[in-house]
Design a protein around this ligand. Structure first.
Ligand SMILES: Cc1ncc(COP(=O)(O)O)c(C=O)c1O
Length: 442
């Protein structure tokens, strides 16, 4: 059989036209039916533009990190206001890369070494603290504040020891932790700061974006997050040395910094002296770190690029949805603590967190079950007290206090969605269901 060679551009346009038709018909949002449709806690919000980029990159078939990834990194860094953003395949990988980068001997005196301590909280997502263990470091857990769900600043001094080398914290559910106090403490004690900004893209502290205060910060682009590319993440820094180290850990531990598909960008590929290798050994195969391969694909980056255009709308919507719940929940204040923020913080919320007051006549679990039965998704504050999780039982960590608030939150808090896919009808229905539940106890 003989195939007619068709014009590339025409074929591409035809495929994209069909893709648009498919998206318009099968990816459009249908009208919400209260009590029938599930209200998710978070999810993807997208249109044909994401589909177009995805198909385009698939047709291009570069597959690995390429021009879309480069463009995403540059745009993201500019948006955040940092020198460099390095794309990786998840937020968890971003956290692993950020922590691992501080163990590089290229940092000289500032290298974080086996057995050194990192200040953290136990109320959070596992992969914020896992990289501490994975690098043979010791987390030192501080308690959290009951209303902001962020670290209790007055525990920092208690956490400090001769071995303290870094602070690694997430902005809980988008609510910035006290960056003035953390950065001041870090400066006074010569500590590294990593901001896990995975749940907080767009949040500000004193008008400046979170993720720009620490030496390193991380993002996740898993579907519930402020932007998505399915799986994906970013490590950001304004320190050129850290950029190079992060890239090395991400890209097999290599010393070479050529883009994928490129050779000899240093101009002396066969003229390096490193380790005990023979002079002139190919720089492409020289390794300065025990690295990973945590690169993302160009298809992921292509989707992320289309999402970037929607970011400011997404952030506004998250704030509006949060505010609506906050205002409405004042009627339930006898039962719940509502989330509070520092006056300097303007969160780009990940969720609306509710904490039962002491002696409420119902339990958190009974309320959560009721909501889930009514098709309203709920989530706990991730791992509760991570030190109570089976995976952490026998690991080496220090705990500064009894973590009373962490435990209180583990037993009494949960959150509901404010992501941009939550409509005002969904919020009205959710509030109605809360009212029905609470009425029984008034
Ligand atoms: C605060 C925080 N850090 C890190 C992660 C991990 O991100 P990912 O799921 O992309 O690995 C998450 C989870 O989604 C998270 O909520």
């Amino acid at each position: 059989m003989k195939f007619e060679m068709k014009n590339k551009k025409d074929l591409r346009n035809k495929i994209l036209e069909l893709t648009k038709e498919y998206f318009d018909n099968h990816h459009s949002v249908s009208e919400f039916k209260p009590g029938e449709d599930y209200i998710p806690y978070a999810g993807r919000v997208y249109d044909f533009n994401e589909g177009k980029n995805l198909v385009d990159s698939a047709l291009e078939f570069w597959l690995t990190t390429g021009r879309y990834a480069k463009e995403f990194e540059l745009k993201f860094a500019k948006l955040l206001g940092v020198r460099s953003s390095m794309l990786t395949n998840s937020g968890s990988s971003a956290n692993l890369l950020a922590m691992s980068s501080l163990t590089s001997d290229k940092l000289g005196e500032k290298q974080v070494k086996r057995g050194d301590e990192v200040i953290a909280v136990a109320a959070g997502f596992p992969t914020t603290v896992n990289p501490i263990y994975q690098n043979n470091l010791v987390p030192v857990y501080c308690d959290i504040d009951l209303k902001t769900h962020n670290i209790c600043i007055d525990e920092l001094e208690k956490a400090k020891s001769k071995k303290t080398k870094a602070i690694f914290l997430a902005h809980t559910l988008g609510n910035p932790f006290d960056l003035d106090s953390i950065m001041e403490f870090a400066e006074q004690n010569d500590l590294w700061v990593i901001e896990d900004n995975c749940d907080a893209l767009g949040s500000t502290w004193n008008g400046k974006l979170t993720g720009t205060f620490g030496h390193l910060s991380t993002q996740s682009f898993y579907p519930p997050h402020h932007l998505t590319m399915g799986e994906g993440g970013v490590v950001s820094t304004s320190k050129p040395k850290l950029k190079k180290i992060v890239e090395s850990f991400r890209d097999w531990g290599r010393d070479c910094w050529c883009e994928s598909g490129q050779d000899n960008s240093c101009g002396k590929r066969f003229d390096w002296n490193l380790g005990n290798l023979p002079h002139g050994y190919d720089h492409k195969y020289m390794y300065s770190h025990i690295g990973y391969n945590l690169k993302a694909t160009d298809m992921q980056a292509a989707v992320g690029l289309a999402q970037l255009d929607k970011l400011s709308r997404f952030i506004d919507q998250r704030r509006k949805n949060h505010q609506k719940y906050y205002d409405a929940f004042k009627m339930f204040e006898d039962f719940f603590f509502l989330p509070e923020k520092n006056p300097k913080a303007k969160p780009s919320w990940f969720g609306f967190i509710i904490t039962l007051r002491e002696n409420t006549p119902f339990s958190r679990n009974s309320l959560v079950r009721y909501l889930e039965n009514k098709k309203i998704a709920t989530r706990m504050l991730f791992g509760g007290n991570l030190t109570y999780q089976p995976a952490y039982k026998n690991l080496n960590h220090r705990v500064v206090s009894k973590l009373e608030n962490t435990n209180y939150v583990m037993n009494n808090s949960f959150w509901i969605g404010v992501y941009p896919g939550i409509t005002s009808q969904m919020q009205d229905y959710t509030l109605e269901i809360f009212e029905k539940f609470i009425k029984k106890y008034k």
